[in-house]
Design a protein around this ligand. Sequence first.
Ligand code: PMP
Length: 443
Amino acid sequence: AAAGAPADVGGNDGLFTAAQGVLPGGVNSPVRAYGSVGGTPRFLVSARGPYVTDADGREYVDLVSSWGPAILGHAHPAVVDAVQQAAARGLSFGAPTPGETALAEEIRRRVLAAERVRLVSTGTEATMTAVRLARGITGRELIVKFAGCYHGHVDSLLAQAGSGVATLALPGSAGVTAAIAAETIVVPYNDLAAVEAAFAERGDRIAAVITEAAPANMGVVPPLPGFNAALSRIAREHGALLIQDEVLTGFRVGPGGWWGLEGRLEGWAPDLLTFGKVVGGGLPVAAIAGRAELMDHLAPSGPVYQAGTLSGNPVATAAGLATLQAADAGVYARLDAAATALSSQVSAAFTAAGVAHRVQHAGNLFSVMFGEAAAADGVRDYAGAQAQDTFRYAPFFHAMLDQGVSLPPSVFEAWFVSAAHDDAALDRIVAALPAATRAAAAA
Ligand code: PMP
């Protein structure tokens, strides 16, 4: 076993057996268990730049990037240094710290509508709080969400959710009461007529529409041009709020997140935004942000309660701030270039192997949709994502893994490059594609 692996349980197989004896399913987050691709999950013991190393001592080019946070690559020296310095000053105080204000100011510098920021620890907390805030502000109870969008494991947002809920092919989750489920109206993504119909029917009871700024949890399904702007207009016309979930896209697809690529150019902004992942640089930080008059409804300035023992944790905020400070124009240019180069090579390899597919993009996020329908028309909603030839992904995934490339272990997830994915790392991925695309073709 590699250094760092507990000596008495050995490599990946032994670790997974031990983990299954103490953790439900052997993991602490479902998709990690390789359920839809099969096989033993790789237990990672270290990571640097674009590479991760497992407990058997094998190195992989990583296209998971911790599901988004690692935009600079793993263990970036400036981030590790900031964390070590912060840790040396103390791990958690439960009192205001200078770093929280600095991080919030950096968020506001990048996203105009983020006039006020509340820091929390996970994306789930951010969306949960945004929904509570919208209800508290409007005095209404209903929420509109889109099928295939994932907003964390908030009770009211698990209906027809993407990510692991999609991977496990679940309609929602056990344990969510019928009363809570009834407060969520689920509509097809990219379908403005369905949104209009929901508002026509119950508009005076809808507190908010929540949407992924650009969905990447049913595979990547970009918004049609004007879709987000129309959501903003429809919500406003009915006195409801638009919550744009940028947990995944925020500070990844560009310096101002998806809003910076779209709303900023079109001249509109969501009412509330949520951030996570990149904003913590690999440690637990997430945020709710929005106009001051809305955000000031949060306690202690307003009546909507929200709190957290570890909120704004000094070590975590140091990691987030160091990451955002390092994420300059050059980093975003590199992310975009790596995503463009890699995705076109992936598509060419599938074409060469005779696999009908389409690579879908949202900025530097992308994923592959399999099948004739996807190839011909693209996928614009969850029904389309579910209808693809999902069986082609597992053999492709394992052929890539065998050749030292770690992809997300589900067809319903985006591929994440980092600014550390240099030509050497990309060449290793590209070299693995012919055999892996042939394995997909043979499925
Ligand atoms: N919203 C979106 C768009 C996400 O992608 C995720 C996580 N993948 C979440 C919310 C939940 O974040 P967390 O896992 O930190 O709770």
